[in-house]
Design a protein around this ligand. Structure first.
Ligand code: NAD
Length: 499
């Protein structure tokens, strides 16, 4: 495997990614021929042109998906047969590991070492896991009387529209594709305009693996064009959306304006990381929050961006975090030693710098970072930034920044910590750090979040559900629970006559 930065740069220079849509098993231009230029956030170099999908392209993709669903070319196959195809798909993802990792890094700026070690393997594992699961889930028979039989069965919902963001482009797509395809649905995927390339390659690999044409289509384009057309389409039965809370609201509007399609929203977060003074290993807690916060340039929905620390240990905690933060200084994402890459684009850079200014003007104290970095590259980089003296009413504590910026809030009592942690429109994830087992359980129960970590923040697995309370969304990705989103429950009553 090539590891040197020079190799990756040479391969990047040779890359000519194909930005055409994939509809009905074929790579196609937009019906009206429109494209947009895609640049890399690493150095603002132009990567290529990408189809700017419009309603007509979405309509072609949905019709193809509908035809594929209705004739049973995929849904009609036995689960064990679907499993085989999806297992091959997962194998092909792993075989294309370096190509996919390079595309992901060039497209959205994350370090190549993580595209290789996290994004590609997690994508393959997700597809393989749902492949393995689908011939092991059983339906039900209700405990009714002797003269009747009530079958409770799951059927695919039909055509699924998947609309995903740019921060983990492949993994977010896989979280929709895995359960939706395994259950027998057809899918139209709209990747983010900021990271379209890996989705298009995934669809090609699925075809090579034997997924019938029409079952998995990809229409790149902008949210207000291709995204809106997909979410409004009358032949789309469910939307699996991951993105901002602002766009998630629109998904619900689109459904109400069209066919009341099922909408599953996986949205933003402002996760609380609560450290009590009875947790002995302050160093580990501080190192963990830095690692989790600055991973993926802070562009993670579950980033622990609100750090609540008991006042008696806060100075020491901040000292350690401030010493850790510079270790995540951004560098060339194509260098395998790099741990923090580029923000996704100039807009995101402006947004993040705007929040840093807001923190300063509202009176928070910037302990480390706070500046743009590597501007000479033409790319979009920000230093890992830590604010002390944050009040939960400040803008940097209330709004999702989606950049490498954490704010430390000091608290005195357990009740105060719980109240601050829960005082957020979001409820995606939280964590509690305490060596007192009663307190750990008590606080974990009190935190209003879809996932709560105790004394760690890194555990993650496809076997567990992921999703949020409150304005962080509804429904769950991952685990067997994700099948709930992409299946309908059917009751079938049969009469049994007496002999
Ligand atoms: P976004 O909402 O701007 O875009 C997400 C997707 O929706 C993109 O494909 C975009 O083109 C599309 N879109 C945008 N406007 C649209 C519209 N009017 N109609 C239809 N589609 C539209 O979000 P983003 O900036 O790409 O992603 C970052 C957000 O995603 C953050 O809020 C983050 O927390 C969230 N996120 C959540 C999870 C989760 O599992 N809860 C995971 C990753 C990211």
């Amino acid at each position: 495997m090539s590891t040197a930065a020079t190799d990756w740069r040479a391969r990047a220079a040779d890359l000519r990614p194909d930005g055409r849509a994939l509809i009905d098993g074929r790579r196609v231009a937009a019906a009206d021929g429109q494209t947009f230029d895609k640049h890399s956030p690493i150095d603002n170099r132009r990567l290529g042109s990408v189809v700017r999908g419009q309603a007509a392209d979405v309509d072609a993709a949905v019709r193809s998906a509908r035809a594929a669903f209705d004739d049973g070319r995929w849904a009609g196959r036995p689960p064990a047969a679907r499993k085989k195809v999806l297992q091959r798909f997962a194998d092909k993802i792993l075989a294309a590991k370096e190509e996919l990792a390079l595309l992901e890094t060039l497209d959205m700026g994350k370090p190549i070492q993580y595209s290789l070690s996290v994004d590609v393997p997690a994508t393959a594992r997700c597809i393989a896991w749902y492949a393995e699961a689908i011939d092991k889930v059983y339906d039900e028979i209700a405990p009714t009387g002797r003269n009747a039989l009530a079958l409770i069965t799951r059927e695919p919902v039909g055509v699924v529209g998947a609309i995903v963001p740019w921060n983990y482009p492949m993994i977010m797509a896989a979280w929709k594709l895995g359960p939706a395809l395994a259950a027998g649905n057809s899918v139209v995927l709209k990747p983010s305009e900021k990271s379209p390339y890996t989705a298009l390659r995934l669809a090609e690999l699925a075809l090579e693996a034997g997924l019938p044409p029409g079952v998995f289509n990809v229409v790149p384009g902008f949210g207000h064009e291709a995204g809106e057309a997909l979410a409004l389409h009358m032949e789309v039965d469910a939307i699996g959306f991951t993105g901002s809370t602002r766009t998630g609201r629109r998904m619900l509007e689109y459904a109400s304006r069209s066919n009341l399609k099922r909408v599953y929203n996986e949205l933003g977060g402002k996760s609380a990381f609560v450290v009590f003074d009875d947790f002995a290993d302050v160093e580990r807690a501080a190192q963990t929050v830095a690692g989790s916060m600055f991973f993926n340039q802070g562009e993670s929905c579950n980033a622990p961006s609100r750090v609540l620390v008991h006042e008696s240990i806060a100075d020491r905690f901040i000292e350690i975090v401030a010493a850790e933060a510079p270790k995540y200084r951004p560098a060339d994402p194509l260098d395998p030693a790099t741990v923090m890459g580029a923000l996704v684009d100039a807009t995101q850079l402006t947004t993040v710098m705007g929040y840093i200014d807001a923190g300063l003007s509202e009176g928070a104290h910037c302990v480390t970072g706070g500046r743009q970095a590597r501007a000479e590259t033409g790319g979009f980089y920000v230093e890992p930034t830590v604010f002390d003296g944050v009040d939960n009413r400040m803008k940097i504590a209330r709004e999702e920044i989606f950049g490498p910026v954490m704010g430390v809030i000091r608290f005195r009592t357990e009740a105060e910590a719980i109240a601050i942690a829960n005082d957020s429109p979001y409820g995606l994830q939280a964590s509690v750090w305490s060596d007192n087992v009663n307190r750990a359980h008590r606080v974990a129960r009190a935190l209003r979040a879809g996932t709560v970590h105790v004394n760690q923040y890194d555990e993650d697995d496809i076997t567990v559900p992921f999703g949020g309370y409150k304005q962080s969304g509804n429904g769950r990705d991952k685990s067997l629970h994700a099948f709930d989103k992409y299946t309908e429950l059917k009751t079938t009553w049969l009469r049994i006559d007496a002999a």
